[in-house]
Design a protein. Structure first.
Length: 120
């Protein structure tokens, strides 16, 4: 059961990284159409950084299964924060920034269509 949990915990970051790569393709096309800078590269870097925990986390997870001694609990929390959550936060932030840059033209359009002044 522990092996299944390790494999399933690897699928979520890989799926999110794949989603970033799809957004990169869409962002490249939209950037060319709107003549914007190459923000789609941030999706690539974000996907790479986001998937680092898979490369780091799986060996650490299986090391526990293979009989290595358990580290102190505080050390486990620090390792998870540093090696797993921090890269995911950085990668997600880069992808979010690229999305905001590509889609910032939508917000004024939405405001103008949703909040039209009422005619009397």
């Amino acid at each position: 059961m522990m092996y299944l949990a390790a494999i399933l915990s690897a699928l979520s970051p890989l799926a999110t990284g794949t989603m970033f790569l799809i957004f990169s393709s869409l962002g490249k096309r939209m950037g060319e159409a709107l003549q914007m800078p190459k923000f789609y590269l941030l999706y690539w870097v974000g996907a790479l950084i986001f998937c680092i925990p898979v490369l780091v986390g799986i060996p650490l997870y299986f090391a526990k299964v293979w009989g290595m001694p358990d580290p102190p609990e505080l050390t486990v929390y620090k390792m998870k924060a540093l090696l797993l959550f921090l890269p995911m936060c950085i990668g997600s932030s880069m992808a979010f920034y690229a999305s905001v840059r590509y889609w910032k033209w939508v917000w004024p359009e939405l405001r103008s269509t949703l909040y039209k002044p009422k005619e009397r």
